[in-house]
Each structure stands twice: as C-alpha cells, then as structure tokens.
Design a protein around this ligand. Sequence first.
Ligand code: GLC
Length: 453
Amino acid sequence: MKRILLFCLAALSLAGCKSAVAPAVAPEPAEAKAARMEWFSQAKLGIFIHWGIYSRGDWSESWSFHNGTVSMEDYFAQEKDFTAASYDPAAWVELIRESGARYTVITSKHHDGFALWDTKAGDVSAVKSSAAGRDVLTPFVEEVRRQGGLRLGLYFSLIDWPREDYPNVFRAGPARYDIHREPERWQHFLSFNSAQLKELQDAYNPDLIWFDGDWEFKAEEWDAPGIVSALRAHNPDIIVNSRIAGYGDYDTPELGVPVTRPESRWWETCMTIGDSWGFRKRDTDFKSFDTILRMLVDCMSMGGNLLLDIGPRADGTIPEEEVAVLKELGRWISKHSEAVYPTRAGIPAGHVQAYTTLNRAGDILYAYLPYAPNESLEIKGLKSVIKRVRVVGTDQELSWKRYNDIDWSATPGVYYINVPQQVLDPNMTVLAIELDGPATLYEGAGQVISFNE
Ligand code: GLC
C-alpha cells in the first residue's frame, strides 16, 4: 500500500499536477527536467502566431462558429480567402528573430481543425481546403531551422469541433454523442489526433508542443499520459505546455500577467498585442510598445516568459502595428541583453520600486525602471554590500549612498542610487547593481532600539 502511494506521489510530482490519475509517463528526475527546460527558462520572449482561415478578419478564430456568431457554413467559406498570396516565411522569421524572441509557437491547427500543413490524416488543411492550395507550415519551419536561433513550438488544438467523431460542436446545443456510450467513435477521434501529432513530429521535430482545449475532457479520457509518452518517445527533450490535463511541463496563464508567482517553476504568459489572437479587421486596440515591454519585464521578474501573439492576415501580411512592437522589442532587448536572457526571478516587490531580476550567480541585481525616478532609486532590506552600479547598455556608472546602516541593528541601511535624467533609456532604464556576493535580504518588520550611543 505504502509503496503504491509513494509511486503515485512520485508520478504526480513528475507530471507537475495534482489531479492526474493513472500516470503512464516515464519518471523523470528533477535535474533531468531542469536540463530539459533550460532553453525555455532562458528564452524570456516567444512569438505566438495565430493564422488560419479566420485570418480574413471578420470573426474570431474557431469560437465564432462554436458560439453561434456565424454559421459553420459561413465560417468555412472563409477558406476561399485564405490565399497566403503575400506570405513571406523568411521575412516572418527575420522579424521574429529581430524581436529578440528565442522561440516561436505557430497554430498548426486551431479548434476549427484547419491544418496549416499537408495532413494525410484528415481532409481539412491549407492544401486541400483553402485558396492557398499549399502547405504553409513547412516553409515556415524550414526558415526557422535555416535562420537559426529560435526554438520551434507548434500549437495543436486537442479540440476539433467540426469533425463528426468529435463529441462537441456548438456551445449551445447538444453534444453529438457521449464518449462513454460510443467509445469506438471517440477512439477514432483520438487516433486521428495522434496520427496528426505523429505527422508533425515526423516532419518537423518541434522543440515544444503547445496544446489547447484540454478543458473539454479529463486526462484519462484524452489519454493525456499516452499522448505525452508518445511525444517523448520520439523526442525525449520535447517540452509540452500545461494544457494537456495535468501532464504538461509549464503553466500558461493567459492574457494577464500574474500578480504572484505561478506555482510551477516554469511558466509563460500568453498575450495578444490587440484584443484578439487572430487578425480582426475591427480590432485596433493595440497595446503600445511600452505596455508590452512592462509585461515582458514583469514576467521576467517573476521567473516567467512572455509569449506574445501576432495575427497575420489571410494573405500572409503582418499588421504594421504588430511589426512595430516586435522591432522595438528587438531594439530594447539587444541594448539590454545581459539583463534579459541569463536572468532569473528577482527580489520581492517591497524592497524597491522597480521590477527586478538576478543573474545566475545572484550577485547582480537588475532593476528595471518604468518611470523616471525623482533624484534616486531607493532599495531597502538589502543586506548585501553594493560594489558598483552600472546603467545597462551604456558605459555610465552611478553613485549611491546608504543611510542608517547601524551595526547593532538587524535592519540594513537603505540605499539611494542617484539616477540622473541623462542616463535614462526612453522606454525602460536598467541598472546593474553589483553586490559583494549572492543577494541577501532582510524581510522583517524592523527593530526597536534597545540602546544608543
Ligand atoms: C484560448 C483559446 C484560443 C487561443 C488560445 C491562446 O484557449 O481557445 O482561441 O488560441 O487561448 O492562448
């Protein structure tokens, strides 16, 4: 009994999930997982791409027919406008690399089942059912591999609402069938999904699979452990996001940067630049570059990544506002790269009015200033001794003072780093605060004086 319990606990922790049942994924020691996740933890920025027949821009991706905003017929009539006529995969990949992203995740298939590649397992694809009449995924992957510097992620929807062997179709309205009453029909669908995943792995050997839609069924109904085991058997280093019913490697909070650190050691916020994932003509609510930059740095300061979405049009052109944000990210990141990729989560917010990260060794504290400080930046509760302060991306050094560093008090003195206007970056200034050793903090409520000089 005890042994069974121990096995279950080990399996649950390996799956990073509390609700998993009947795990069949091979056990993996914590260090092995850390090694597998290494590139992801240093990537910081990924670019998400939502592209499909919905990219004509009238209705939302898949949800529009599911929710009844448009009929299934009208939704699929968009196939004739998915031309990819101006699609330039080399330019897409150049832009993504220029943004400073270290990975990209493209929708190989959304909940509408429209596959961007030449799937042999089904009939709905850019090749067989669109004006483009060709595989649009392969040229993108080829460019990712040819240009280098990017890990490849493929978004894959577990849900495929239009298919007759998939139980659910419309949000309002009955399911097509009950998987427990018609297990063969459900099995038929699961085999189709597995066949598509195998095609994707055989053709592209992705570094990451980004599942979506797991909420419609339970882990054992999807056979989540079986799906993940099959992926790992093909590529032991593959990373899988959380949306596979408890069998993923990292968390994916959506459209909102968390306030506190997610439970999982690895995580990523996925975020749109406008309001929608796919291109929408009426969506002009683009976030500014400064807003996006804060989101990126906020994620980094809590040890996470930002997966920033772009929605190319059906002809393959990328909205100018999104291009501009990616280019500005690239400019800022290349100036501040020492304070981006090799960092980890910083110190708790109460110590300083700035986002923070630490270098790997923990002896450089990076402070990211989204505001221009009046005179100085205050840091309290820092027991470490500051050796030097640099403005990242420049050759400027800054001076500082420490007040009330009293030797009998547990409360360390408070630092004030002078930040003159002329050193400020137009978007976000980063200070590298070099310490005498790994940062040590005082986190108490202060101390009452018991004697004085
Ligand atoms: C959601 C939606 C989907 C979108 C995804 C991206 O789960 O189903 O439309 O692709 O989030 O995070």
